[in-house]
Design a protein around this ligand. Structure first.
Ligand code: MLT
Ligand code: ZN
Length: 461
């Protein structure tokens, strides 16, 4: 980066908020993907919306590409800066601004860590329900920019469902207040929803007003051993009819073995099965717990479930959750090729059979770790690299197979990226889930908000 631009940035933010040392460039130039080398020209850490605006104005004048960065926990390369871009990190915009118990809202800057929002809400007897394994390091701005999902979507929906207002700086450098924290506001196009899930391509999310809700009553967890996919969906149907589910997750026995070995955990059940369902439900009194036992017995007697365990204490529930929540981190050391696909729940049994067959035919020698949010119709298929294959060859082979998976997803009217976003990783697959007309309209929308194309170029579209 030339010195005059660097000086302008130092004039906008303080000098210690502009980083150019090698370590910072390495850290801030990547998310949790491992396919690209970080190579940003600098990192800027503004502290106010006005500073963000001034940085964006400078970037427009200097024709400088900007990559917005939150906690960089993404899995699709949305926050990768590999081509000399300026990283605009929101870390210093990390204040909770207001919690309004009457409105049941929390207003915070984009760099607040998601878990802090959950904890702050809890201190005020309220609840922010979007939850996933990386809440301890992800930032709310990034959650909104990627419309984060996670483990409670079956009950509470995605991040989008909790955003009541946004303050953004567009790629053109305008400040927009979107939806003003209102519940009801039918005044034309709702730009807020354009920015949610836009992966930093339209503007910088600087602050948000989030809806909060009443905390759930007690929650208990059951882990069930199941031997086939069809049975998993039957169990979902049975439990959905009887209990208020807050999560319905699954993982394969291979996933369980990897987590147990890596985290030194013990098996949840005495009998091993091909798959496990981890379900969580809310209960107000003992009758819901009795229902959980009855539903288990029904599934067991029907031959759907082999074995099961019910948490009786909070710590037992937390330990069971680790078997599911620690899978991603456990596998990350093997740099797996990640698929994140979804179809409608009613299509799931047929779809899974077809994916299973496809995986068997195309990855005969690779280990495949199955897990995901099966209650939302979302599968995570992680393919592991055999030791004797180079990383390049492995990724190329997986990329070829991912085209067949995308074709299959398209034939079911599903999504090639259910919750991880498109970023760099899934860009070539976008047309399997969105029509040409939609993609053209997306480009036109980007042009409106970011006329010089400075924001996250090369991502998403
Ligand atoms: C998960 O469900 O564990 C997350 O989406 C992360 C992942 O898929 O690895
Ligand atoms: Zn997930």
């Amino acid at each position: 980066m030339n010195n005059s631009v660097l000086q302008q940035l130092r004039n906008i933010c303080s000098a210690n908020c502009v980083l150019t040392d090698t370590e910072s460039l390495q850290i801030y130039g990547v998310d949790r993907t491992t396919l690209w080398q970080p190579a940003p020209c600098a990192v800027v850490l503004p502290e106010t919306i006005e500073e963000v605006q001034a940085v964006i104005q400078c970037a427009n004048t200097e024709n400088l590409a900007v990559v917005p960065a939150g906690g960089r926990t993404g899995l699709s390369g949305g926050a990768v800066a590999k081509d000399g871009e300026l990283v605009l990190a929101l870390d210093r915009m990390n204040k909770i601004l207001d919690l309004n118990p009457v409105d049941r809202t929390i207003r915070c800057e984009a760099g607040v860590i998601t878990q802090q929002i959950q904890e702050y809400a809890e201190q005020h007897s309220l609840f922010y329900p979007v939850d996933f394994a990386s809440v301890g390091s992800s930032q709310i701005g990034g959650n909104i920019a990627t419309n984060a999902g996670g483990i409670n979507v079956i009950r509470y929906g995605m991040t989008r469902d909790w955003v009541l207002g946004l303050t953004v700086v567009t790629g053109a450098g305008e400040i927009l207040e979107l939806n003003r924290g209102l519940i009801k506001n039918n005044t034309g196009y709702d730009f807020r929803h354009l920015f949610i899930g836009s992966e930093g391509t339209l503007g910088i999310i600087c602050a948000a007003t989030l809806r909060l809700t009443q905390p759930p009553a007690n929650r208990s967890v059951q882990v069930l051993g199941i031997n086939n996919f069809q049975a998993i969906m039957d169990v979902l149907h049975i439990y959905n009819g009887g209990l208020p589910l807050t999560a319905f997750e699954f993982f394969s026995d291979l996933a369980l073995s990897k987590v147990m070995a890596h985290k030194k955990l013990s098996a949840p059940l005495s009998v091993r099965s091909s798959y496990y369902v981890l379900l969580e439900f809310e209960h107000n009194d003992d009758s819901d717990l009795a229902t959980a036992v009855e539903l288990f017995e029904q599934c067991h007697n029907n031959g759907l479930v082999v074995d099961g365990v019910l948490s009786l204490t909070l710590s037992q529930a937390q330990n069971l959750w680790r078997l599911r929540e620690d899978i991603s981190e456990t596998l990350s050391f093997a740099k797996p090729y990640k698929n994140d696909i979804s179809v409608r729940i009613s299509q799931m049994p047929d779809f899974i059979r077809a994916v299973d067959l496809l995986a068997e035919q195309n990855y005969p020698d690779f280990e495949i770790v199955w897990y995901g949010h099966i209650g939302d119709g979302n599968l995570h298929l992680n393919v592991l690299k055999p030791d004797d294959l180079s990383v390049e060859e492995f990724n190329q082979q997986c990329a070829r197979v991912s085209i067949h998976i995308a074709e299959l997803v398209a034939s079911y009217g599903g999504s090639i990226s259910a919750e991880h976003g498109v970023g760099l990783l899934k860009k070539h697959l976008l047309h399997y889930s969105r029509s040409d007309t939609e993609i053209t309209l997306m480009r036109q929308v980007k042009q409106l908000f970011d006329p010089n194309g400075i924001l996250n170029p090369g991502k998403l579209i």
